[in-house]
Design a protein. Sequence first.
Length: 380
Amino acid sequence: MKRKILKNAYVSLLRFLPIKRDKIVFCNFSGRGYGDNPKYIAEEIHKRKLNVDMVWLCADAKAIFPEYIRPVKMWSLQHYFELATAHAIISNVRIDLGVEKRKAQTYLQTWHAPFSPKKLEGEAVETLKKEYLISAKHDGAITDGIISNSHLLDEQYKRAFWLNKDAKILKIGLPRNDFLINNADNKALITNIREKINIPSEAYVVLYAPTFRDDYTTNGYKLDFEKVRKAFETRFGKPCWMLIRLHPNARRQVNEIEFTSEIIDMTSYPDIQELSIASDVVISDYSSSVFDFSTMGKPAFICALDLQHYMETRGLLDEFFRFPFPFSESNEKLIEQICYFDENKYRVNLKNYFTKNPIYDKGDAAIKAVDWLLDKMKNN
């Protein structure tokens, strides 16, 4: 109790310190390493050679950062100092960072996904913890700008995110998707990433990227990975490797999965965009990662092994059942869809769906995000 009182007194005093006008603080998934939308905004700032002190709040002491990023231990005394004196704060999740936003500060919420078929925030108040709802509402109240990549996501923000009336929805695409769009056919980069994770350059690579479960159940992750891998080998005529990347909120459940030399745990890999570039296809469930793959035109499969349970515990939007991706509720059906996958039919389905539901990703979202941020900081 005494420590909490001292911390609160310390944080209150920090508000009297001057704001450093060339400092931006980044936060990725509550303290994870260098990745997601904040990473690509930081890279754009560096590319412009701007005189900016870029601070990264990080919980992992082993995380690797480029030399132009200054990592700071999450929840340390310095954490609060950096936040209180930053000119701008960028985060991709809803979290109370422990320091009240000051009037002269700019807060950019990048979020961490495209449109979500699972119910979020205000759509799922009955399933979310009270502490999270408090943080989410606070985050919406202080948001100056929030990044979107589609009309579907615009509308989801409006109805579910408790944004204040002055918050600007930036219809610019996701900075992390710039990397996908601009490098989808970059064979040298694909080879480099595969070498880094010890996968042959000529292999057919499957990324399995499901979302988390609020009750931490694991039935939804019980793919028959070996049979699925063999099905891809048969369909595409190449040796197949599978990369398993569970959601950060489900990283402990990775212990339930049996890995082999061809079925590899990538849950701790900091940047899923690199894994997406290195992969030929994705399998997911209720995650929006299928939308990331669609920006590259690569195949995406939905396998919802625990559909009924998920609908009862979290809930899904009707839009989920209109998605243009092959859909299955069992290993057997998934394997059948892989074996008879028709690429031409798949591409037609994608084109028709995204004609009705356009996305904003054009490969320049980071540029537009930094333009907006600099203008907002200048005038704030």
